[in-house]
Design a protein around this ligand. Structure first.
Ligand SMILES: Cc1ncc(COP(=O)(O)O)c(C=O)c1O
Length: 401
């Protein structure tokens, strides 16, 4: 018998070595209690959370919680079925209406996760006679959507409109073309030059899908995303998003003004061959999305905190992944995986939780201490985070000396 798990021996050895060093396990953190969008008890200690996607702090919003509780009482704990059979409840229709209102689109389709939204949209839109052109730094769910579908897949250099244009020119005439972009790239927190990328896509007759997972709520006048901020609402064909970040719960979606968008419900496997979201989640998401429509003070606080953290970490001598703060993801570059893990562990000892990011999530050779902020972080919190980063660095340098 061939041991099918043997192919993972090298990664297992690396992980075992890490756990044997006495450092904390960056992939085994347990939130023992969650106190607020910015605080949790980890290893018995109150910890500042700087590595969640709770951008708008909606997880503890009283209206969001109340809507979920009411739906639990009315509809029960789960839907026990697909959206196209018994799994569409009034809550699912209501959250899709909230999305249409939020994005100003004629259609919205809700999936059970953002991952599934990309899996479904990418694999279903582009068929065997079509070509997908995707940014090299695309999220794993986009790559997996390509693997699930039958289209030819062409990668272009990250955020490079000239490279995209060149590759679009090489697509044989008559083929359908789908260009896939993201508003904010989740690892480095950089914003895409969508205006240029969409212009070359449209000139070549391609349809465009933009994943705005990390921009919803705080980019653009209505919080729709980077495509709204860059004035591209009439040119982007499909927008994908998630409830797991700014909305503060779980689920995914796609919105569009395409007149035949609704047909996807009948042909998209990651939509129709899985159970729908629990009604409690759909109801919480609806309440959250409706509140995000007017959350201008939260947007302002999130931007203020993001700018301050970038400036203070940079001022303290850390190497930042972006020259300026482009989004609520403020990532610190570490020279090696080893230094990244040691510093991450020292930060946890200081009561700071951020994400440790490494390949394959990041581009090759990139190791990050990835911070992401919430509107609920105060400026004092931000200063405290920086102080603890400096203290953690001092502790690791003392160890190395
Ligand atoms: C750009 C992007 N798209 C999609 C997803 C998947 O979202 P979800 O967590 O809802 O499955 C993520 C998750 O991190 C993401 O970063």
């Amino acid at each position: 018998m061939t041991d099918l798990l043997a192919k993972f021996d090298s990664i297992r050895a690396e992980y075992d070595f890490l756990k044997g060093t006495g450092l904390s396990d960056p992939f085994g953190v347990v939130m023992e209690r969650v106190l607020s969008p910015t605080r949790a008890i980890i290893r018995g200690r109150e910890t500042i959370l700087v590595g969640t996607y709770n951008y708008m702090g909606m997880t503890f919003d009283p209206d969001v919680i109340a809507a979920g509780k009411a739906a639990m009482d009315t509809f029960g704990a789960g839907s026990t079925g697909s959206r196209v059979l018994n799994g569409t409840f009034a809550t699912h229709v209501a959250v899709e209406q909230a999305l249409k209102d939020f994005y100003g689109t004629s259609s919205a389709i809700v999936f059970s996760t953002g991952y599934q939204a990309n899996l479904g949209m990418v694999s279903t839109l582009a068929g065997k006679d079509d070509v997908i052109l995707l940014d090299a730094d695309s999220h794993a769910s986009i790559y997996d959507g390509c693997k699930l579908g039958h289209a030819e897949v062409v990668r272009f250099r990250h955020n490079d409109a000239a490279d995209l244009e060149k590759r679009l020119r090489r697509v044989p005439a008559g083929k359908g073309k789908l260009v896939i972009l993201e508003g904010v790239y989740s690892m480095l927190g950089d914003v895409a030059p969508l205006r240029d990328l969409v212009a070359v896509s449209k000139a070549a007759g391609a349809m465009v899908l933009v994943d705005e997972a990390h921009a919803m709520g705080f980019f653009g006048p209505h919080g729709r995303g980077v495509y709204e901020e860059q004035g591209l609402e009439d040119q982007v064909d499909f927008v994908v998003g998630t409830f797991s970040k700014s909305v503060g719960t779980v689920g995914g979606f796609a919105v569009s003004n395409h007149p035949h968008f609704e047909i996807l419900r009948l042909v998209c496997n990651p939509y129709r061959f899985t159970a729908s979201l629990p009604p409690v989640v759909a109801a919480s998401a609806e309440a959250s999305i409706r509140k995000l429509m007017t959350a201008t003070d939260k947007r302002a606080r999130l931007w203020a905190a993001s700018r301050r953290l970038h400036a203070s970490l940079k001022g303290a001598g850390f190497r930042m992944a972006t020259e300026t703060p482009e989004s609520a993801i403020i990532a610190v570059l570490m020279p090696t995986q080893e230094e990244c893990v040691i510093m991450w562990s020292a930060l946890l000892d200081q009561g700071i939780y951020c994400n440790l990011s490494r390949p394959p999530a990041t581009p090759m050779g990139v190791y990050l201490l990835r911070c992401s902020l919430s509107s609920e972080h105060s400026l004092d919190d931000v200063d405290e985070i920086t102080r603890r980063f400096v203290a953690a660095r001092a502790a690791t340098q003392a160890l190395a000396a």
